[in-house]
Design a protein around this ligand. Structure first.
Ligand code: NDP
Length: 399
């Protein structure tokens, strides 16, 4: 029996709150706090089987966070606000002696750059206090690393080639919209690509490398090589990897919009003066784009995210593909959020459950592939994200 404080009342926060509420035997008391309390209240109202508490908090204000944590006394904070707030929330957890979990690694506001160095630097502080910080426990990062750890443990002696393949085969009917926070999303996908090859990072131009990949129940989609944060921890924790890459599908319409947004300067994070007021073009654009929370209603189709791995078993080459397909409509019917929020929120709840039930433990800062994948993999299907594995198939890559 535990108390959790969920911070961030966006699409992912909605799913985490709903999913925690479905497991009262573990999540005995739940509080949802965010910058805008009315959003927390609306989510609380949509949860009909339980009463959850709500609160207003500025997650960039450590004293405010500390006061909230001290009054509610949670066992764990689940941070599903934005990556900018990670370090403030970790500081507040350290000050109050509370465990921490998030779904995206820290990013400074003024630089579109994400890497684990800032959060890994908290290792000694969390260790010294006997506290656990679980980093990146959404789908990718998160489930993608647990899939890798699971295949490495049960299907291979050594893994050599890893390709994380992320397809959104859904249709929300809008000309252009992002599936999670538009500001974070556009920062991520306009960065240079990067992948691991023979012990070094290879950099590419954004969307320079494309492969046509086939996704179960969806078909062939243009898939672009991108840099993604979990590659950084996976190559560290699986040193046998000769190559590690991340692919995401984008349609031509989406890429055309993106190119225009960049060409006219609206993806910029450098502040400009507009009628005497300083604004950040990308933040302004976010306000004009559809809120990802509102996409669920008419969203059809599925997401399909998985890992394709080549390695060796008993001295012979072997391949395996593990994946989940998630229906946007089913996710919406259950939680009121679309599939991308759902596939992030369910692993966050299950990660918290692993920790709170003693299946994952340890003092310090952890990436999820460092824990035992088995109890997580057993739980994640029944909680909403079933998975499949196919062995010895064509992974569609020339190595
Ligand atoms: P949203 O933008 O929908 O929600 C973010 C929420 O955080 C909003 O409710 C926002 O408040 C709140 N927030 C922002 N700043 C503050 C602050 N200073 N203090 C308190 N609350 C604040 O994003 P999503 O729900 O789509 O995404 C949530 C997180 O999940 C992000 O970090 C994202 O990167 C991550 N993610 C991870 C994925 C994975 O697979 N690992 C995939 C998708 C997302 P307000 O409503 O007032 O704006």
């Amino acid at each position: 029996m535990a108390k959790v404080l969920i911070i961030g009342a966006g699409g992912v926060g909605r799913v985490v709150a709903h999913k925690c509420a479905q497991v009262p035997e573990v999540f005995e008391e739940i509080m949802l706090a965010s910058r805008t309390k009315s959003k927390c209240d609306a989510i609380a109202k949509s949860i009909t089987n339980r009463t959850i508490q709500t609160a207003q908090v500025d997650a960039e204000n450590v004293p405010q966070l500390v006061a909230l944590i001290q009054s509610f006394k949670p066992d764990m904070v689940i941070n599903v606000a934005l990556p900018y707030q990670d370090l403030y929330i970790m500081d507040a957890c350290l000050e109050t002696g509370v465990h921490y979990l998030d779904t995206a690694n820290y990013e400074p506001k003024d630089e579109a750059k994400f890497e684990y160095s800032w959060q890994w630097a908290y290792q000694d502080k969390f260790k010294a206090k006997g506290l656990t910080a679980i980093l990146g426990c959404g789908f990718d990062p998160g489930q993608s690393q647990i899939y890798t750890a699971y295949l490495a443990k049960h299907y291979f002696d050594e893994i050599h080639y890893l390709d994380i393949v992320d397809c959104n085969g859904g249709d929300h009917g809008k000309a252009f919209a992002t599936n999670f926070n538009p500001e974070i999303n556009i920062r991520e996908i306009t960065q240079n690509g990067k992948y691991w090859k023979n012990g070094a990072w290879v950099e590419t131009k954004p969307h320079e490398i494309m492969e046509k990949l086939t996704y179960p129940n969806i078909g062939v989609r243009d898939s672009y090589l991108m840099y993604h944060e979990e590659l950084e921890s996976l190559v560290k924790n699986f040193p046998t990897l000769k190559q590690a890459r991340f692919w995401m599908t984008f349609g031509q319409e989406y890429l055309t919009h993106l190119r225009v947004i960049q060409n006219i300067g609206m993806a910029s994070i450098t502040p400009i003066l507009y009628k005497g007021v300083e604004i950040v073009p990308l933040q302004f654009l976010k306000e004009t784009l559809p809120n990802p929370d509102t996409l669920g209603d008419n969203y059809t189709g599925e997401t399909s995210i998985g890992c394709r791995i080549k390695g060796i078993k008993n001295g012979k080459e072997k391949t395996a593909y593990i994946w989940n397909n998630c229906s946007h409509q089913a996710a919406f019917n259950e939680t009121g959020a679309q599939g991308v929020s759902y596939t992030t929120g369910v692993p966050a709840m299950v990660g918290a459950l692993m920790f709170l039930t003693g299946k994952w433990s340890g003092a310090g800062v952890f990436n999820v592939e460092e824990f035992n994948p088995d109890p997580f993999m057993e739980a994640i299907g029944p909680y909403g994200l079933p998975w499949e594995v196919k062995e010895d198939i064509d992974l569609e890559f020339q190595y």
